[in-house]
Ligand binder design. Structure first.
Ligand SMILES: Cc1cc2nc3c(=O)[nH]c(=O)nc-3n(C[C@H](O)[C@H](O)[C@H](O)COP(=O)(O)OP(=O)(O)OC[C@H]3O[C@@H](n4cnc5c(N)ncnc54)[C@H](O)[C@@H]3O)c2cc1C
Length: 428
């Protein structure tokens, strides 16, 4: 099919691809998104960072300064508002403080709206964790561990467990957390949860104990965050801890993406096999096994590769020894490849990837781990971009697919917006 001249194709439907679609559409392009399935964005735990949070926490500790939320480009803030599922904290103020299931608090630039930021509570607030019979939830141990965290002490918070009866149906103590979250999308079931939480609060107050906030597992909605509705009903702050990978925040993010892009973008559920130049335009072909694969190429004036890094499946680790029947491989080869064929370059640490003196791949024992001086090789390898994130004429890169960039959601959004806008301009 021959597409009209201003078509921008975006490959990859994570945070970067979503932002690229949004920006390209806003700049007047007709946008086709190839959604190749889940990636790093789908694994979201609910924390939303610009700079990796450990780096910021370590820098603040070294310098002996108070951690504050760094400024963000206005367009990133506007995108987060349009997406609707994230709450970013104001720049210059305290960061969000989120509770992990392992009993630590960590700072963040923002969070999924269902999560409870403990930084938003007044000093001296008492946070109650209802006891629920689920494998991931030991309210007593979690409350003790969180209360002992230096950040909780700094915030002056008290955390305690309390008896509760929040499960309703047979087997709910065993179903995945994301399934329990999905049940709370139903208004009637949410009302049940609200009534049961009311009882928890009433019992605590009868015993003379204050309740300022309720902290729960990652159970409050899969299509949309339901914490706000519960909080309004109960008249106090209610929210989740950070999820383990593959939980409700990833589902809520995917649902938010569908609501945002649905009216704006033509979404093709398929993996892309190649992007090639022919007769002055770009031709995008899908993989033969693709769900939508009718084999017909899509013609585009510009393309954004938002295909993710190693975690998202956009870059593959293919060391030479992978094919060696035994012993050493017969010849050297570059140990990383892109998930599709395109006239672009992979690189790391400011240089193109090439075959090193060894026929074996990189020494992952040395290079696979981040150090205080450099991030892991596996989190740095990616596409080499020039000005405006251009990889080759008319082809732009965004998000984790880019070499030597921070791997965070807000960085993926910032580069997605830039690449989408640049692609729309190139398509004119
Ligand atoms: C375990 C884990 C924990 C993380 N925790 C945090 C955190 O706490 N805070 C934070 O801010 N960030 C966190 N991140 C990083 C953050 O998730 C990523 O930086 C961000 O999601 C990257 O978005 P992206 O769109 O660039 O890539 P992805 O979300 O990986 O999206 C790329 C998409 O492209 C698709 N794709 C690849 N090849 C093709 C193809 N050939 N055709 C079609 N589609 C294709 C993939 O299927 C994927 O869906 C975490 C990442 C991981 C892996």
């Amino acid at each position: 099919m021959k597409a009209p001249a201003r078509v921008v194709v975006v490959v990859g439907a994570g945070a970067a691809g979503t932002a690229a679609c949004y920006a390209a559409h806003a700049a007047g392009a007709a946008v086709v998104l190839f959604d190749g399935g889940p990636g790093a964005t789908s694994l979201s735990t609910g924390a939303v960072d610009a700079t990796p949070w450990e780096q910021r926490a370590a820098a603040a500790a070294t310098l002996g300064v108070t951690l504050v939320a760094e400024p963000l480009p206005a367009e990133v803030e506007a995108f987060a508002t349009a997406l609707g599922c994230w709450q970013l904290v104001p720049a210059g103020g305290p960061p969000a403080w989120l509770a992990t299931e392992s009993g630590r608090l960590r700072s963040a630039r923002g969070h999924d709206r269902a999560l409870l930021s403990l930084a938003g509570l007044p000093r001296g607030a008492r946070v109650v964790l209802p006891r629920v019979q689920r494998a991931e939830w030991d309210a007593d141990a979690l409350a003790r561990a969180l209360a002992a965290d230096p950040a909780a002490r700094e915030l002056g918070l008290e955390l305690d467990a309390a008896d509760a009866d929040l499960l309703r149906l047979h087997g709910e103590e065993r179903i995945p957390a994301a399934d329990l979250a999905a049940r709370h999308d139903e208004p009637e079931r949410l009302a049940f949860l609200g009534a049961r939480l009311d009882r928890v609060v009433a019992a605590e107050r009868r015993g003379g104990r204050r309740v300022d906030a309720l902290l729960l597992g990652s159970w409050l909605g899969a299509r949309q965050a339901r914490a706000g509705e519960l909080g309004e009903r109960l008249g106090l702050s209610v929210g989740e801890v950070l999820a383990t990978l593959g939980g409700a925040p990833g589902l809520r993010l995917e649902a938010a993406r569908a609501r945002l892009l649905g009216p704006r973008v033509d979404v093709v559920p398929a993996r892309v096999r190649s992007v090639a130049r022919a007769d002055g335009e770009l031709v995008v072909r899908t993989a033969p096994s693709s769900r939508a694969g009718d084999g017909a190429p899509t013609h585009a004036a510009a393309v954004v590769l938002a295909t993710g890094g190693l975690a998202g499946g956009g870059i593959r680790y293919v060391p030479a020894e992978q094919d060696a029947p035994r012993g050493a491989p017969a010849r050297a080869r570059v140990p990383f490849e892109l998930s599709l064929e395109a006239p672009v370059r992979l690189g790391v640490r400011g240089a193109d990837l090439d075959i090193t003196s060894s026929t074996l791949g990189p020494s992952l024992d040395e290079e696979g781990w981040p150090t205080s001086a450099a991030p892991s090789l596996l989190e740095s390898v990616g596409l080499r971009a020039g000005a405006h994130l251009e990889l080759a004429p008319g082809i732009f890169g965004a998000g984790d697919a880019l070499a030597d960039r921070p791997r965070t959601l807000l960085h993926a959004v910032a580069t997605g917006l830039e690449a989408g806008r640049a692609a729309a301009a190139a398509a004119r």
